[in-house]
Design a protein around this ligand. Structure first.
Ligand SMILES: [Zn+2]
Length: 304
């Protein structure tokens, strides 16, 4: 086997891009009866939750609960992935101010911190898993990920899980970048022992095998019970994609893929590049999140 130069780094080394243009005073007004947008969905993105651990994609339990309280008080309606899919397929409407809650990477804090608070507010959420981590969930002293037992239990309770690759979340060396800076999913590897880049054919085979392994594992583990899991949604690591990745995902039956580009999803959004709004950074308070949602809805244009 060749030995590619791959560094295993957590998601926040690149981190989701900061959304620009949301400065200014928060909008006034808005309550449980206000309509900010209709026939659109704001897909929020979270990562990790922790009381003391700090990172650009970690928020405190209090901050998360403030977000949920804000969504409820201001009249946002959290929908399930099934509702989102039915709306995308033109089979059912979504309520006004519809919000879909998503988490990336499959941290165990989803189970221990997010889920109890989601239940308290009667809300549901989806987690995009780095699927191989479910086999070895304890990654370091500070970070644990969901194991299959937890994933299966939460799925039975109504929470959803989709692929965020099997094991292609690492950052790799990319030409022109002095440090690992590109997703292993979207970049050919530099094979240091052969002093050359991975061939295009080998790259395509690698991502095909990885994405198939993720789909297969999720379908196997989530097939039991009354809910019928179908692998149709995918979230790109770091929001990065390319034509090969899109082609392989489509071959495997995926229909809707999420980026980290901010915006509201409409029925005419590009299905392989759906926008999401980062809500999981420490500086994005509930007040700022509301401001972002209102700004993206066009009711409170961003200040220059
Ligand atoms: Zn990620």
């Amino acid at each position: 086997m060749l030995a590619p130069v791959v560094l295993i780094l957590p998601c926040w080394i690149l981190g989701p891009p900061a959304a620009a243009g949301f400065s200014g005073a928060p909008p006034s007004g808005g309550d449980a009866h206000s309509v900010y947008y209709q026939d659109k969905v704001a897909v929020l993105m979270f990562h990790h939750l922790d009381e003391t651990f700090r990172s650009p994609v970690t928020i405190t339990p209090r901050q998360f609960e403030d977000d949920l309280a804000m969504l409820k008080a201001k009249g946002y309606h959290v929908i399930s992935m099934e509702q989102f899919r039915a709306w995308l397929e033109g089979k059912a409407p979504v309520p006004p101010n519809a919000v879909l809650l998503t988490f990336d990477d499959g941290y165990d804090s989803f189970r221990t911190i997010a889920v109890p608070r989601l239940k308290k507010y009667g809300m549901t959420a989806t987690n995009f898993l780095i699927v191989s981590f479910a086999e070895r969930p304890r990654r370091s002293a500070a970070l644990s990920y969901l194991d299959w037992q937890a994933i299966e239990n939460l799925y039975r309770e109504g929470f959803d899980f989709y692929s965020h690759t099997y094991n292609m979340h690492d950052l790799v060396m990319v030409r022109g970048c002095p440090h690992p800076c590109g997703s292993a999913l979207t970049h050919r590897l530099y094979l240091s022992d052969r002093h050359r880049m991975e061939t295009t054919q080998a790259y395509r085979r690698r991502i095909q095998e990885d994405l198939f392994a993720a789909k297969q594992a999720l379908e196997q583990h989530l097939s039991a019970g009354e809910r019928r899991h179908e692998e149709r949604f995918f979230a790109y690591p770091y929001g990065e994609t390319n034509a090969d990745v899109v082609a392989v995902l489509k071959e495997l039956g995926y229909r809707w893929m999420f980026t980290t580009r901010p915006g509201l999803v409409t029925r005419t959004s590009d299905p392989v590049r759906l926008p999401r709004i980062n809500a999981g950074a420490p500086d994005i308070t509930a007040e700022k999140l509301e401001q972002r949602l209102r700004s993206l809805a066009g009711r409170h244009p961003a200040l220059p």
